[in-house]
Design a protein around this ligand. Structure first.
Ligand SMILES: *Cc1c(COP(=O)(O)O)cnc(C)c1O
Length: 467
């Protein structure tokens, strides 16, 4: 062991006394400077320990090397961990990249609401206690065509609350073909267990018939549950039961039907690519007693789980003790209200909702943007190889990820360093750029790059390509 070297490491105080440290302390503040110094010393100790006795000594030297290392540590420690990046993957609802970017009016509402106090649960007309959901309930009702509405922290919470409130200690009938796992280990059977409901599986993986549901009905049946199997598809010899048939069966037996729609496709959003997705409006019109969906998937709002349906069902969820634990926070509520208002009151402006704009983007426009990007990149770096290519984007996020949208991307040559290295450089740059690798090529899909991000993307690509 390098004990002599380890002992020779400078102390924090010794480092802090160095003349060059005084500028660092002035610029970064003493607390951050001390942390940076500790960081550098710890890193050097780790190197010495890893080297064992074979390392050559620079241990006691407090010099220029340390100055650069301390400054780098200051920069690293002062950067936020959660920070924006550029999504060039072409996956619109990308859960790992934060799902839906918000529209400007939603952003403004978040800032206004978060900066000060608000009437979150205060009725300023009457001077009495108000209800936070009152700020959005009307909009959800009108938008979905529902008697009543409620909202919680996310759709997983909505499903948990629904099963807990409507089926605790009783049976929930679900098709085997719909016992899905949605990314991030959300599994319908696990949620079912948490809720205290008993899962009654019917049918087979590929085929479930109305008679399977009918046979499963008993005195302890509490709920017929349908889940939108948005993230996979069973093809070939398949059969499912239409929502209308489940509703009729439920009515016959006095059992409500709840539908976890996941992505929450809205009728009238004018998105050609989602033409045959089931919509929330259709599900309610078909008689579903309760529908649940995420607000940050196709709707393009903040993280939340929206619940709409019959008054008694919604009230049972609202009054359940879990509702308090799963409640929506005021920033999400502010963003949600504005996003919903866009749909209800100013649908002409729906293109301002980034998810809607990205879903609607026409290939011709994406082609123009990809070509313009290539021109600008080549003007800045004449030797680089780049071209506009046709490809496909994805809706993503468990929201019909199998549906492909024709798009245009910028393909970058990476002959000098190879695609994995270029991908790494883009990913580790500031801002980070997450690209798509296809056939060993780097693609930047213009569909998920906002027009205002183009200049930053250009800068990031130039930096990554520079050797
Ligand atoms: C995405 C999804 C969920 C989970 O929604 P979160 O808002 O992420 O909690 C549940 N069910 C289905 C069918 C989904 O697609």
């Amino acid at each position: 062991m390098n004990e002599a070297l380890l002992r020779a490491l400078p102390s924090v105080d010794e480092m802090l006394r160095q003349p060059w440290m005084q500028d660092v302390i002035r610029a970064a503040g003493r607390s951050l400077a001390v942390r940076a110094v500790q960081h550098v010393i710890a890193a050097r100790r780790a190197v010495l320990l890893a080297q064992g006795s074979s390392g050559n000594s620079t241990a006691g030297i407090v010099g220029e090397l340390d100055c650069a290392a301390v400054m780098a540590a200051v920069e690293q420690l002062s950067a936020a961990s959660l920070r924006p990046l550029i999504n060039a993957t072409g996956i619109i609802v990308h859960t790992n990249l934060g799902r839906a970017p918000l529209c400007e009016t939603a952003l403004d509402a978040v800032v206004c609401t978060a900066r000060g106090y608000s009437n979150l649960e205060f009725d300023s007309e009457r001077g009495s206690r108000g209800h936070r959901i009152a700020h959005i309930a009307d909009c959800v009702r009108q938008l979905c065509g529902a008697e009543a509405a409620f909202a919680v922290n996310n759709n997983a919470a909505a499903v948990l609350l629904c099963l807990s409130a409507l089926a605790h200690g009783r049976d929930v009938i679900v098709s085997r073909g719909e016992l899905v796992e949605i990314g991030g280990s959300f599994r319908i059977p696990d949620i079912m267990q948490q809720s205290g409901a008993r899962l009654i599986e019917v049918g087979t993986t590929n085929r479930t018939h109305l008679r399977d549901y009918r046979r499963a009905i008993s005195a302890s049946s509490a709920l017929i549950f349908k889940a939108h199997t948005s993230n996979y598809r069973i093809v070939g010899f398949t059969a499912g039961v239409a929502l209308e048939e489940l509703v009729a069966l439920g009515r016959e037996n006095g059992i409500p039907v709840a539908y976890d729609m996941g992505s929450g496709c809205m009728a009238g959003a004018g998105i050609a690519a989602l033409r045959d997705e089931p919509t929330v409006q259709d599900a309610l019109a078909a008689g579903a007693d309760l529908v649940m969906f995420s607000a940050d998937k196709l709707l393009g709002g903040p993280q939340a789980g929206l619940i709409a349906g019959r008054r008694e069902c919604v009230a049972a969820l609202e009054n359940h003790p879990l509702a308090r634990a799963l409640r929506l926070d005021k920033m999400a509520l502010a963003a949600l209200e504005q996003t919903l208002r866009m749909y209800v009151y100013t649908p002409e402006r729906l293109d301002e909702v980034p998810v809607v704009r990205m879903l609607r983007a026409a290939p011709e426009d994406l082609r123009r943007r990809a070509r313009s990007f290539v021109r600008r990149l080549k003007a800045a770096l004449p030797a680089c190889g780049a071209r506009a290519v046709q490809d496909v984007s994805q809706v993503g996020g468990g929201a019909c990820p199998l549906r492909e949208l024709p798009t245009w991307a910028v393909e970058l040559d990476s002959v000098d360093m190879g695609a994995p290295e270029l991908e790494r450089r883009l990913r580790q740059g500031r801002p980070a750029v997450v690209a798509r690798i296809k056939n060993d090529r780097i693609l930047l899909d213009m569909r998920t790059v906002a027009p205002h991000e183009t200049a930053q993307l250009l800068k990031a690509v130039r930096a990554a390509l520079a050797l």
